[in-house]
Ligand binder design. Structure first.
Ligand code: FAD
Length: 534
């Protein structure tokens, strides 16, 4: 279904009555319009001081900050268009995954990990629009832990240590979450005068309160600030949501720039960095089928995301010499570009429990749409996601190593199509899950390894700049990552032994594929790996 909204773009991807009704109202009133920067009028061959490639979370912030300096001319090049309405409405964020606003990256089958996912590959959604992945992400306000920045500083210099990065977090942030604002201890690490709003959930979901209480029964401390560096536990996240709308470096920074020294060119794919005498002097780009060249008198800044930044460097002759030779790309510099890819590893586990466990029905009905459009409140206006952080065994108890992101799904909500397209499981696994959900409510327990030792890499499928790069996830390539996973999963599943979930007859949904039924450890890791953890 696709409804034309005139000036208010829509992916038509949200599906179902809610999106249709929302789009209807939005079309009528254009209530959800954002003041995105207009398309720049620049000529082929033009010179700028800075060229920023990629208008995502980083690029939008960078271009906006550079444009604060009136004596510089800044060109921001973004491959995608303005975000659609669904990006702005917090409750519709899931609909953008897999749409034309997603690069739809997938990892290759390494014959080892992700064997229970369809095609043996992981889906890696990333935003292809202004605001980038920051226009489709979950809006959870998260930071690295201080020890992460100290590690960065050891590699990249002291500018990246915790003491030096904290003022930038505080400067950008407009903290309004009452749990944090009213606590002087927590406020040491937050700002209230920045551009990006960080708010508490406008409403709290009853099942999340049950889940948090159950984790408290398991011994976890309940915390008010999930970014507080010196005490970890279970709690509600704060979110980058302002008055019921997504806030991001796009909406809070780039959209606010009115200086005419910022030029934003959308729907423009940068295909190559132009290099002369070992210096980046400009870029080659593709817009509406036309090849364009732009030049930077000071710097070309790449912020094209985790996968497309190395792709662009490789296409420009900067990368491992073997890769450049394989694709017959003229080598400019032999550097380990694309190597050392690291990503959180997620193993999703499911408990089934009696109806009524989640204490709610599907709530996104037409009434929610009206409520949202009337005063930006109700189900569509907020996110009440929760998390649980766990340290590594015998290590600093204040540093998260695993995270659990629990949620409760009412009966008969998971469809075969959603299961295969969002979770990415095979048909066989989805049949089991959907069948279980027909009878029971499902508690979803994704367990995430936050600091894997495994490394993957990004390389090329071809020299065609319009083709997505080749991504080796490297998941579990270092067996040490398997060591503590079974215990972390066991901890998540032990939720079924807590008072509330025991009363609701919670039990494990067994989605173990036949190929993985060999050993206990493997069964527990079935959703990402058939490697036997012993
Ligand atoms: C599904 C999902 C949920 C997430 N949830 C959260 C969350 O709740 N909280 C959190 O803190 N983080 C979250 N993240 C992570 C966070 O969104 C990213 O870390 C962040 O957006 C990355 O910013 P970036 O600027 O590096 O890349 P991106 O934001 O991805 O930006 C890259 C930009 O470059 C553009 N581009 C790429 N190639 C080219 C080219 N050749 N020419 C021109 N433009 C190009 C892209 O279209 C894109 O706009 C989530 C990520 C995903 C994918």
């Amino acid at each position: 279904m696709s409804i034309s909204l005139g000036a208010c773009a829509s992916s038509g991807a949200a599906g179902a009555t809610v999106a249709a009704a929302l789009q209807f109202f939005a079309a009528a009133q254009c209530l959800l319009n954002e003041p995105y920067p207009r398309q720049a009028d620049v000529t082929d061959g033009a010179h700028f001081d800075f060229i920023v490639v990629g208008g995502g979370s980083a690029g939008a912030a960078l271009a906006a900050r550079l444009a604060e300096l009136p004596h510089y001319d800044v060109l921001l090049l973004e491959a995608g268009p303005d975000p659609p309405t669904e990006s702005i409405v917090p409750g519709l964020r899931e609909s953008l995954k897999g749409s034309r606003y997603d690069w739809n990256f997938t990892t290759v089958d390494d014959g080892y990990s992700s064997q229970e996912l369809e095609g043996h590959h992981q889906k890696q959604p990333r935003g292809r629009m202004l605001g980038g992945s920051g226009s489709l992400n979950d809006m959870v306000y998260a930071r690295g832990h201080p020890v992460d920045y100290e590690e960065w500083a050891r590699v990249a210099g002291s500018a990246w240590n915790w003491t030096n990065v904290l003022p930038y977090f505080m400067r950008t942030e407009r903290m309004t979450d009452a749990r944090i604002v009213n606590n002087t201890e927590l406020m040491q690490f937050h700002g209230t005068r920045g551009e990006i709003e960080v708010s508490g959930a406008a409403a709290t979901d009853a099942p999340n309160t049950k889940l948090l209480n159950a984790f408290r029964e398991l011994g976890f401390k309940l915390v008010d600030d999930m970014t507080y560096p010196y005490s970890i536990g279970a709690g509600r996240f704060s979110h980058t949501i302002r008055s019921g709308r997504r806030d991001s470096s796009l909406t809070a920074l780039l959209n606010k720039v009115h200086n005419n020294n910022l030029h934003v060119l959308k729907n423009t794919l940068v295909t190559k960095i132009l290099i002369e005498n070992n210096t980046a002097v400009g870029v080659q780009a593709l817009s509406d089928g036309k090849e364009l060249f732009f030049y930077a008198d000071k710097e070309v800044i790449l912020s094209a995301g985790t996968f497309n930044t190395p792709k662009l460097l490789l296409l420009s002759g900067i990368g491992p010499k073997e890769v450049l030779a394989e694709f017959e790309i003229e080598a400019v510099q032999d550097l380990p570009v694309g190597e050392g890819l690291q990503d959180h590893v997620m193993v999703i586990n499911f408990l089934a429990a009696e109806n009524g466990t989640c204490e709610r029905n599907e709530r996104a009905q037409a009434f929610d749409v009206i409520k949202y459009l009337y005063d930006r409140t109700g189900f569509l206006s907020y996110s009440d996601s929760i998390g649980v952080y766990m340290p590594q065994n015998n290590k600093d108890p204040h540093v998260p190593y695993f995270a659990i992101y629990p949620s409760c799904v009412p009966q008969a909500l998971i469809t075969q199509q959603q299961c295969t397209s969002i979770l990415g499981y095979t048909n066989e696994t989805c049949v089991k899950l959907v069948k279980e959900n027909e009878q029971y409510e499902i508690i979803v327990l994704p367990v995430v390894l936050l600091k894997p030792r495994s490394r993957g890499k990004v390389t090329l499928h071809s020299t065609d700049p319009t083709q997505n790069p080749k991504i080796w996830s490297g998941t579990f390539s270092d067996p040490a990552d398997l060591d503590e996973f079974p215990d972390a999963i066991q901890m998540a599943l032990s939720l079924m032994n807590t008072t509330y979930f025991r009363e609701k007859a919670a039990h494990v949904v067994d989605i173990t594929p036949a190929a993985c039924a060999c050993e206990e450890g493997a069964a527990r890791l079935a959703s990402v790996s058939c490697a036997c953890a012993g």
